[in-house]
Design a protein around this ligand. Structure first.
Ligand SMILES: Cc1ncc(COP(=O)(O)O)c(C=O)c1O
Length: 404
């Protein structure tokens, strides 16, 4: 690593040298499962973990290793572990710190899959948890029990874009000697680095911005060398959540444009949020780049930019909201986010459907809430698509009032 390199240079050049044999500039794909040892003693050392070597495909491969080193450097961590999905990263990280009768504090505004992990899987292993409003840091301190072993947060959150104070929460965790795990998916390492603000472990769904092209499901865990080593050998390897060399190669390619993609996602999203906020058919817009967002100043302090996700409520509730989504022509109805294409989804019936309606409402996920992953298209086309669909939604709303 070159210590003076800025982020865009790092994204491209970090841990990238031409292949010593072929001189190829782009990375090599090494899908081999087995790796030969010079002697039996070295094989024993690799298996015991005394020496860190790629030796069997379920624990890693050289293409992934290259990618893991890049992700670690971009997040400012000692090491990274690439796994088969964002949920694999989240479950591996949590299972690495929690065992039977332990307790976790979890931000209440959390991705549906994480909610499901705590509600349905964790109790089967005797793991206890409390969902806490982590926007008020003192509530974390109040929720700490004798058996609390981890604090888990997501910022910005999916889908409400709640921003949590990383520095303040990290201070509380340090005070009580609790590891802080942060889901940094919405920001990517380009826009926010929680480890530099005091977090212990960062998790990512690389399915989103890190790969950025909607053709890989993957995840990463970043943290201290000993933590990552333990998670690789004692959790991920046993669960078999490895990431293949082929998928690592796609991510290595996608990652090279992370900076330009994130800058474009952010500028497009800001324009969309500004326009939606003034639109008469919109009840509320959630975007940290808007001065009306409750944590706008905090977002400006801890994030390099505001991200590509805009959530909002259309007036008229579920029926009008559904009509609006169905009227969009450019934006596609889809579960994912962070792709070049603008994607739209309805959290209550899609990503957060696993959360019971009453619980969803507690977290502010109303039936009218819509999440837009603003893509890389020309902003004029994205805005025109939204405006036409809003006009059609308005006609439906006016029509239904006339019928009444
Ligand atoms: C914030 C966040 N974390 C984690 C995940 C899970 O990622 P994956 O689908 O790669 O398992 C998602 C998926 O949408 C997400 O939005």
């Amino acid at each position: 690593m070159h210590s003076t390199w800025k982020l865009n240079t790092k994204v491209i050049h970090e841990n990238s040298q031409p292949n010593p044999q072929t001189k190829a500039i782009s990375h090599s794909i090494v899908p081999a499962v087995a790796y030969a040892f010079p002697n039996a003693e070295m094989a024993a050392k690799a298996v015991s973990g005394e020496v860190e070597l790629t030796y069997y495909g379920r624990y890693g491969n050289p293409t992934l290793e290259n990618l893991e080193n890049k992700i670690a450097a971009l997040e400012g961590g000692e090491a990274a572990l690439g796994v088969s999905s964002g949920m694999a990263a989240i479950s591996t990280a949590l299972l690495g710190f929690l065992k039977k009768d332990d307790h976790a504090i979890v931000t209440q505004d959390v991705y549906g899959g994480t909610f499901s992990f705590f509600n349905s899987l964790a109790p089967r292993f005797g793991i206890e948890f409390d969902f806490v409003d982590c926007t008020v840091v003192s509530k974390i301190e109040d929720a700490i029990r004798q058996n609390t072993k981890v604090v888990y947060i997501e910022t910005p959150s999916n889908p409400k874009l709640t921003i949590l104070n990383l520095e303040e929460i990290a201070k509380v965790c340090k005070k009580y000697n609790l590891p802080l795990i942060v889901d940094n998916t919405f920001m990517s390492p380009y826009l926010q680095n929680p480890l530099m603000l005091g977090a212990d472990v960062v998790v990512h769904s690389a399915t989103k911005y890190i790969n950025g092209h909607g053709d890989v499901v993957a995840g990463f865990i970043v943290g201290k060398q000993d933590v990552i080593h333990r998670l690789r050998r004692k959790v991920m390897g046993d669960l078999g959540q490895n990431l293949s060399a082929w998928e690592s190669s796609l991510i290595l390619r996608g990652l090279k444009t992370l900076g330009v993609r994130m800058e474009r996602h952010c500028s497009n999203a800001q324009r969309v949020a500004d326009i939606l906020e003034k639109h008469p058919m919109i009840k509320k817009v959630y975007y940290p780049g808007l001065p009306s967002h409750p944590q706008h100043l905090l977002a400006k302090k801890q994030m390099k930019d505001m991200g590509g996700i805009v959530s909002f409520e259309v007036k008229g509730g579920l029926a009008v909201g559904t009509h609006f989504i169905n009227s969009l022509k450019l934006a596609m109805i889809s579960f994912s986010l962070g792709d070049p294409e603008t994607l739209v989804q309805h959290p209550a019936s899609m990503t957060h459907a696993s959360i019971p309606p009453a619980e969803r409402l507690k977290f502010g996920i109303t039936d009218g809430l819509i999440r837009l992953s603003v893509g890389l298209e020309d902003i004029e086309d994205i805005i025109a698509d939204l405006q036409i669909a809003l006009l059609q939604a308005e006609e439906v709303m006016v029509g239904s009032k006339e019928v009444l």
